[in-house]
Design a protein around this ligand. Structure first.
Ligand code: NAD
Length: 296
């Protein structure tokens, strides 16, 4: 594993446009369970998974009933969202902040709805599956902070008259065009993709690594390239192999916890970058300031 950590640091330092893709595994060390890991919510409670599949249909049929269900005191959602609100970023989140601050990481595209990348300090974050801290109008697409909207009357409505729902994407709900297009643009443009803590089985998010590798997929941008791109590095950090590992979409998997592996990569980046900078300009050391990924 140490060899792969050094390799990842070298690949990151050499990259021109590195991006990170993250999933629920990124936040398990912050105390938020994932869905499909061994202790995941779906793994341990199949009924909750079946219920989750019904949410978008319920919203379309009866928005008021959706709001009662999602904010009801007995509901699984309310408990899950409350748990998320209490969580704090972990060393893995802080490592991605450090990579962004050093100008290496250009953006984070996350499936997570927990807002922990922003809380940690990342500036360029695309929330592919939305956020529990926002509401979105299904007519005009405007987003509002949850605290900006009164929930006294259900369903809440936008200034345009459209119905508001949580920004969070439910099963069978289309990804909003703005975030989907921007994410695809980043996937097609990147020369390094660091994929952290995702089972890579939820689509269309799981198409993004395929687009990065092949320049194709079910892309909204309609770009097709035949054959794998050789100038892109795809690195996975995960507790276990995924379909991307098994099907050879990723170049290599660093098997371990994101909260442990990512800070180690950052430490190696600091060393690699110092050597790289000194080699090119012996009068300059590594002048960038540092964020301690381990601080509380
Ligand atoms: P997933 O549950 O399908 O997969 C999680 C993956 O992370 C698994 O492969 C697991 O092995 C790995 N993992 C778990 N802990 C890890 C750790 N500490 N270090 C490294 N790897 C670890 O999650 P997904 O792929 O993100 O897709 C599920 C959907 O669940 C997403 O749409 C997401 O919106 C939603 N979700 C979000 C949160 C959150 O916001 N924190 C939590 C649960 C589910």
């Amino acid at each position: 594993m140490e060899g792969l950590i050094k390799q990842a640091a070298r690949d990151l330092v050499k990259s021109k446009h590195a991006i990170a893709l993250t999933g629920a595994g990124m936040s398990t060390e912050s105390g938020i369970p994932d869905f499909r890991g061994p202790k995941g919510i779906w793994t341990t409670n199949k009924k909750a998974e079946a219920e989750a599949y019904k949410m978008y249909g319920l919203f379309l049929k009866d928005p008021k009933a959706y709001w009662v269900e999602i904010s009801g005191s007995q509901g699984t959602y309310r408990r899950f969202y409350e748990e998320i609100r209490k969580a704090k970023p972990n060393p893995g989140h802080r490592a991605l902040v450090e990579l962004e601050r050093r100008g290496i990481l250009k953006c984070v595209i996350t499936q997570n709805i927990d807002g922990l990348h922003e809380k940690a300090g990342n500036k360029e974050v695309l929330e592919y599956h939305g956020s529990i801290y926002k509401l979105r109008c299904i007519s005009c697409g405007s987003r509002f902070g949850i605290e900006e909207v009164s929930l006294n009357e259900l369903p809440p409505r936008c200034k345009c008259g459209g119905v508001l729902k949580y920004d969070v994407i439910h099963f069978k709900e289309p990804i909003p065009l703005d975030v989907r297009e921007e994410s695809e643009r980043e996937a097609l443009r990147c020369d390094l993709m660091l994929i952290c803590g995702t089972s890579a089985v939820v689509y269309p998010f799981a198409d993004l690594p395929i687009m990065a590798r092949f320049g194709s997929g079910r892309s909204l941008l309609g770009l097709y390239v035949t054959g794998p791109k050789t100038n892109v590095k795809i690195i996975e950090v995960n507790a276990e192999p995924t379909p991307l590992t098994q099907e050879g979409v990723s170049d290599y998997l660093i098997r371990g916890k994101t909260g442990e592996v990512l800070p180690k990569i950052v430490e190696e980046v600091k060393k690699t970058r110092s050597a790289f900078t000194a080699e090119h300009n012996p009068f300059l050391g590594d002048q960038a300031g540092e964020v301690d990924c381990h601080q509380g």
